[in-house]
Design a protein around this ligand. Sequence first.
Ligand SMILES: C[S@@+](CC[C@H](N)C(=O)[O-])C[C@H]1O[C@@H](n2cnc3c(N)ncnc32)[C@H](O)[C@@H]1O
Length: 261
Amino acid sequence: MTDAHEAEYDDTAIRFLAALWGEGYLSPGGPDEVDRVLEGIDLSGRNVLDIGCGAGGITLHLARAHNAAHVTGFDVEEPVVAHARRAAETAGLGDRVTFVQSPPGPLPFADRAFDVVFSKDALLHVPDKDALFGEIFRLLKPGGTFAASNWMIGHDEEPSPDMKAYIEAEGLSFSMASPARYRQAMERAGFVDVVTVDRNGWYREVARGELERLKGPLYDTVSAAVGSAYVDKNIRTWTAMQKVLDSGEHRPTHLRGRKPV
Ligand SMILES: C[S@@+](CC[C@H](N)C(=O)[O-])C[C@H]1O[C@@H](n2cnc3c(N)ncnc32)[C@H](O)[C@@H]1O
């Protein structure tokens, strides 16, 4: 490990989430949801950065299905990056995909290094949104595109008791902000054509199905892989999450912007 950042997404989490969301995926929706984030954006021949790449399933999808010339997966945690590197080798994509791990903070890449910066459900972990978008803007070539999905909160006030209970159940370092706050940080950094697309209605129903599968058909096989206490804990987390998805406070959202030429 190259830093002291303690892993929140360890090997057990990777195995658990793979059972629910697919091999190498640490967020919901699979390749279809990634394709929706990228709708109308051509990655072929492009140099792409995937921020918070996790276990690499999406990074490989960007290279394989979207035909990016090169994809750099970046993450702050060691177990996910180790998993992603193994997956890239197994897939024979070692020459078109690179994984970089380094501590939170300034991103370890040169100015104007990428045509497209992508991210899936990772930016909620970064507390300083202005610094984050300053960095993303710096890394993009003029005319470059930022496209992401991210878990947001519907407002920037004190979270409701249900939202606090959900975040506590997750036990992860969430720094959630509203779509309006993300837009402000992007525009301050210099992005134009900023667009947000609400995905609460979609995930609210998908999550309901995930919880039913966890309690039912998946329970025994996933318990065999990660232990029943781990599955039970996540059933409690999903139950808490469903409340705030149904109330609309938890707002998965797509986010897009362009660096002017
Ligand atoms: C929910 S997972 C999503 C992973 C992957 N994008 C996917 O959808 O499968 C969030 C990821 O963000 C990473 N992360 C946490 N803090 C980060 C930071 N400051 N910069 C980049 N990634 C971070 C975590 O290590 C984790 O791999």
